[in-house]
Design a protein around this ligand. Structure first.
Ligand code: 0A1
Ligand code: ZN
Length: 882
């Protein structure tokens, strides 16, 4: 296991590599416990470096069997090999061929980095630093080489042999063996290398690119699962087409392959021409997958495919630039989904995700800039900040420039940096060059951590018919960044009249307004809008134009007006959220003071208006009926957080909605409960979403008729979305039917691990003190496997990150359990262990009893023996500062 060596790594210390590798020839003989890897590396000194230098290659748990230079084996005094590196003190002065042989044990690789076996299938995961677990290498993204990979294996056990690029040769070998040779003509960093070998089924299709080239599309899955690949294949074809239409990007090999494996640390991986996926994001049919699963598959297939240009053709110079590929590719997959489905609904769900994860990260001890400047373990920076906030930053560039100039900037980026390992500065420079705008101050979005707070207070003067808007911005200190500078904040806005129409904006003041977007770049600013004939309502940060926390002086009546009339659908939804949040926070305070809760009927009226508005799409209405999450409420409260009071306040509000709007909810439920053949399209999914939100609200009081309706839906559902929605609602009610349904569900689906995951998740999320015991018991259930990341995330991950009252039990037992589990996983899979550990990211915001319990648990982990670099990093950062 990798521990903390040669760390931390700092952006400021970046230096080009002394050596480059132009060509890599790999010859890999697959064997379950002794796979032989022969690597021939064409080395040359880097002309951009300072002159003759020793050669130091990275390794990780490697053992070297042989080494030669230009065909002559190297005497032992000429090199030093340890598991972590290989040093040649005096390499030749010019170019040379280095040949290495290592032997690795894929079956013993529980970290799932490098070459490992998943259910018997050989596969690799090399991002970020996994290639060094296969052979010694310059394992850094700015060293890009052309790879040829020869794989050999037993024909019967491993009939399918895949690697990056195009297939150039296959053949048989003595002893029932065979081989395949793959060549990838596109230079790439080692993290994009991939190899797969197994007894897999294949689904074939093809795609004709915009220039008329035919590309073979292949999805490989475990045998017997081929009939669950249709949606993934369809998503892939739509992704290829969309990237041509939206960004002019064509695919560049003869074949594009996806392999689904069941043991995978993350969602999926964009290896050149050979994407490897967690099977959860490939396999789907109406009776095994929910609408949410279908949507995730579509988005992740698109994300990985889009990396072919943003990540692979143009890669990152170093790992600090991770957001260059990730933020940009998330932005691209968000746009794809918006074009395929509903743009407003997609924006709402992305903002929910951002607030629920990234804002929470930004508010705690793990906060870091979109482009970090220091890391101990890069695996811990695959975060919501790098991905989701990184995407928001790209979105702001588009908002500041407008669509046409943004596209020109992207075209220039592809043209200028194709084949290179680039930086954020180079990316942003393209937009500066096409627009003539200065992005110097904007770069703070990449360097300053934390969520800016913007106040927007408006005042109407009837006498002068002017509306004055006062804006301020501030950014609280975050770890390592005490002093913050003002940001460039694009605020899309409108002044909504009584009739619901936007006033024409004539603005004066010290703030620029360009196509309806005010650009706030100083700590405070004022804008005066003239010629406003009646008092308007301010709608600001429309479509969530900036990832900020907004504080306004809008009254309840104003919010109600926006919810009913704003031309920006996002802000209609936001008005309801803001309204609900104010009530929820007041009720949390009341509950903690032993007082009665209060619910403002203005919100109920606003919701009633939404339910009555027939122009709204069902998926939007479903979002409107869903109050802010517990995590969101906690983050807004900020300190002295009591998760039980938050849970109670949220429950109270949902019961109130059910009481006040029961008849309308029932009518909607019945309207959308009509049976029709299942289709995963977004309109059908939206109807099911609304129906199931209604079903849930109608049962929230626990009354017999509501529960019976839920059980009936559970039983008679003809698709997984409706069945699981029924089970999810039942799981929140301590009634005998809950146990019946959970048992029934397991009986039906026990042979399907991805469905069993849903069963584990729902049990881990039950907000009841019995849950911890149940979760502990489930760790011994035959369906659970500590070695499989999906099982661990479903059971332990959901308990830690998706069950705020029980993880944060007042007696600290939730923290102790999760700490135990982190320590248990630390030795076998440090990445998954570290991710689980991030559940503690908000511990400092808790009330004092819980805070003390959480601190004790974190300290216990930090003091653990043989701590991996991954877990140590999270535990230490969680404890630092304060
Ligand atoms: N680049 C992938 C994410 C990824 C990162 C690390 C991994 O190592 C286990 C795997 C995948 C993406 O953005 O999809
Ligand atoms: Zn990605």
């Amino acid at each position: 296991m990798r521990t903390d060596h040669a760390r931390p790594v700092r952006l400021a210390d970046y230096r080009p590599s002394d050596w480059l590798i132009d060509k890599v020839d790999l010859d890999i003989a697959l064997h379950p416990s002794a796979t032989k890897v022969r690597a021939r590396l064409s080395m040359r000194p880097n002309p951009a470096a300072d002159g003759p230098a020793p050669l130091r290659l990275d390794g990780d748990e490697l053992s070297l069997s042989s080494i030669s230079i230009d065909g002559a084996s190297l005497p032992s005094e000429a090199y030093a090999a340890t598991p972590d590196n290989l040093t040649i003190a005096q390499p030749p002065h010019g170019a040379f061929q280095l040949e290495l042989e290592t032997t690795i044990n894929p079956s013993a690789n529980t970290q799932l980095m490098g070459l490992y076996r998943s259910n018997g299938t050989y596969c690799t995961q090399c991002e970020a630093e996994g290639f060094r677990r296969i052979t010694y290498f310059l394992d850094r993204p700015d060293v890009m080489a052309v790879y040829t990979t020869r794989i050999e294996a037993d024909r019967a056990d491993v009939p399918v042999l895949l690697a990056n690029g195009n297939l150039v040769e296959t053949g048989t070998l003595p002893g029932e063996k065979h081989f395949a040779v793959w060549h990838d003509p596109h230079p790439k960093p080692a993290y994009l290398f991939a190899l797969v070998g197994g007894n897999l089924g294949c689904v074939d299709d093809s795609f004709t690119t915009m220039s008329g080239r035919k590309v073979a599309l292949k999805i490989y899955v475990e045998r017997g699962k081929e009939d669950r690949c249709a949606y993934a294949m369809d998503s892939l074809k739509r992704s290829l087409r969309w990237d041509e239409e939206a960004f002019g990007r064509e695919y560049d090999l003869d074949i594009f392959m996806i392999v689904a494996v069941s043991d995978f640390n993350m969602g999926a991986m964009e290896n050149k021409g050979l994407n490897v996926f967690n099977d959860k994001y490939v396999l789907a049919s109406s009776d095994t997958a929910t609408d949410g699963d279908f949507a995730s598959i579509e988005a992740i297939i698109a994300h990985e495919y889009f990396h072919n240009w943003t990540g692979n053709r143009i890669t990152c110079r170093d790992w600090f630039q991770l957001c260059l590929k990730e933020g940009l590719t998330v932005f691209r997959d968000q746009e794809f989904t918006s074009d395929q489905r509903s743009r407003p609904v997609k924006r709402i769900s992305d903002v929910r995700l951002l607030r629920g994860h990234q804002f929470v990260e930004d508010a705690g001890p793990l906060a870091h800039p979109v482009r970090p400047e220091i890391y101990h373990e890069i695996n811990n920076f695959y975060t919501a900040t790098v991905y989701e906030k990184g995407a928001e930053v790209v979105r702001m560039i588009k908002t500041l420039l407008g669509s046409d100039a943004f596209r020109k900037g992207m075209d220039l980026y592809f043209e200028r940096h194709d084949g290179e390992a680039a930086t954020i500065e180079q990316f942003v420079q393209c937009f500066a060059d096409v627009s003539g705008k200065d992005f110097t101050q904007f770069m703070r979005w990449y360097s300053q951590a934390g969520t800016p707070e913007v106040t927007a207070n408006g005042k109407y003067d009837a006498a002068t018919k002017t509306y004055r808007l006062d804006l301020t911005q501030s950014l609280a200190p975050t770890p390592g960044q005490k002093i913050k500078e003002p940001m460039v904040i694009p605020l899309a806005l409108g002044l909504v009249g009584r009739d619901g129409k936007d006033a024409t904006l004539h603005a004066k003041g010290n703030t620029r307004i360009e196509h309806g977007v005010a650009i706030l770049s100083s700590p405070s600013a004022s804008i005066e809008f003239s010629g406003i004939s009646e008092e308007p309502v301010l709608s600001i940060n429309r479509a969530f134009s900036a990832p900020i926390r907004l504080v306004t002086n809008l009254s309840a009546a104003d919010l109600q007006h926006l919810a009913a009339h704003d031309s920006d659908p996002f802000n209609r939804w936001q008005a309801l959220q803001t309204f609900a949040l104010r009530i929820l926070i007041a009720n949390v305070t009341a509950l903690r003071a032993g007082k009665n809760t209060n619910s403002d009927n203005g919100l109920m009226d606003a919701l009633a208006a939404i339910l009555a508005d027939k122009t709204l799409e069902p998926a939007f209405v479903a979002q409107a009926l869903t109050p802010p999450s517990e995590a969101d409420i906690a983050r807004e409260i900020g300190s002295d957080v009591d998760p039980d009071a938050i849970f109670a306040a949220r429950g109270h509000l949902r019961r109130k909605i059910s009481e006040c709007l029961g008849a309308e909810l029932l009518a909607l439920y019945e309207r959308f409960a009509v049976r029709e053949p299942y289709s995963p399209d977004s309109v059908s999914a939206g109807r099911r979403a609304l129906k199931n939100v209604c079903l849930d609200l109608l049962a929230v009081n626990g009354q017999a008729d509501g529960i019976a309706r839920v059980f009936e839906q559970y039983k008679s559902a003809d698709n997984m979305t409706d069945r699981l929605a029924g089970l999810a609602t039942l799981s929140f009610h301590d009634k005998p039917l809950r146990g019946t349904a959970f048992e029934d569900f397991y009986q039906r689906y026990s042979s399907d691990p991805l469905i069993v995951d849903k069963w584990l998740m729902l049990q881990a999320a039950i907000p009841d003190p019995i849950t911890l015991d149940r979760v502990v018991a489930l760790t011994a259930h035959p369906a659970f496997a500590v070695t499989n990341p999906n099982r661990v995330r479903s059971l332990i991950g959901t308990f830690a990150q998706g069950n705020p009252t029980q993880f944060n039990r007042a007696d600290g037992a939730g923290y102790e359990f999760v700490a135990d589990y982190v320590l248990k996983l630390n030795g076998t899979n440090p990445q998954v262990a570290a991710r689980l550990m991030t559940a503690f990211k908000s511990w400092r915001a808790l009330e004092s009893t819980r805070q003390a319990h959480a601190e004790k648990a974190i300290r216990r982990v930090a003091a653990g023996e043989n701590l991996s670099a991954d877990v140590k990093d999270i535990a230490e950062r969680a404890l630092a500062g304060g």
